[in-house]
Design a protein around this ligand. Structure first.
Ligand code: NJP
Length: 223
């Protein structure tokens, strides 16, 4: 049977590109994000290998329901990709909008933890792989960046989870991309990775031989 990848932030950018790469590689994909309409368009494109599961990553119950539905629909989950994330409209501990700051931390930190909490019981059954979207901003210090700090959390969590998951045969990978050409950034910068580049890295990690744990992939634009 085909293997199944559960993806959060699947409606756009890196998540959508990874869904396309996975289906092209013979995987099924369970697509979680808030935008039901965008998920519907992606399922129309990808066909029976894709299942739309609308929901918000800050809602643990919604994630648990989605995992249950994906498991019963496809027969199991072999990899989970905790990729949903967002930035702040205006950066700064004092300058940023308070609700905007709270919303970003909720998605990038709690949403990632809820995704892991919901999907790990399914991954235990398959000795599966958990992939997390970190950032180049989570590996170096960028003046005042709270977004970067949320991604430092992701990198710290990934290393600890890699040790924990190893005890039952699971693997954890964190992907740290530099700038990627997605709706995440409004302004046009010329030198960016494409979301397909990040999707390639994700597929490399989940397809690696079980004896090899790809713990981290740091991917930067070359030009
Ligand atoms: O951005 P975008 P990316 N619940 O805006 C979803 C990281 N990153 O692909 O809910 C559930 O195209 C949203 O879906 P929707 C970045 O931090 C990026 O670039 O329908 N889902 C959409 O599918 C993030 O972790 C760059 O609005 C929620 C997706 O998240 C990841 O890459 C560089 C949600 C965002 O797609 C994907 O971002 C880097 C919620 N509450 C790291 N809130 C870069 N682009 O340069 C949002 O180092 N989503």
């Amino acid at each position: 049977a085909n293997k199944t990848l559960f993806i959060t932030g699947a409606s756009s950018g890196i998540g959508a590109a990874t869904a396309r790469a996975a289906v092209a590689g013979g995987w099924n994909v369970a697509l979680f994000a808030r935008s039901e309409d965008k998920l519907g368009v992606l399922v129309d494109e990808l066909g029976d290998a894709a299942l739309a599961l609308p929901g918000d990553v800050t809602d643990l119950g919604a994630l648990e329901d989605a995992v249950t539905r994906a498991e019963s629909h496809f027969g199991g989950i072999d990899a989970g990709f905790a990729n949903a994330g967002r930035g702040m409209k205006k950066a700064g501990t004092v300058e940023g909008d308070a609700d905007d700051m709270r919303g970003m931390v909720d998605v990038n930190v709690m949403g990632l933890l809820w995704t892991a909490r919901a999907v790990i019981p399914a991954l235990k059954k398959t000795k599966g792989t958990l992939i997390l979207t970190g950032s180049a901003a989570g590996r170096r210090h960028i003046s005042g960046s709270i977004y970067g700090a949320t991604k430092w959390f992701v990198h710290g969590y990934a290393g600890n989870m890699a040790e924990e998951m190893r005890e039952w045969g699971g693997r954890c990978t964190v992907i740290a991309p530099g700038m990627v050409d997605t709706p995440f950034f409004d302004e046009g910068k010329p030198d960016k990775l494409q979301p397909e580049d990040v999707a390639d890295a994700v597929m490399h990690a989940i397809k690696a031989d079980p004896r090899a744990a790809v713990r981290e992939i740091f991917l930067m634009p070359q030009n």
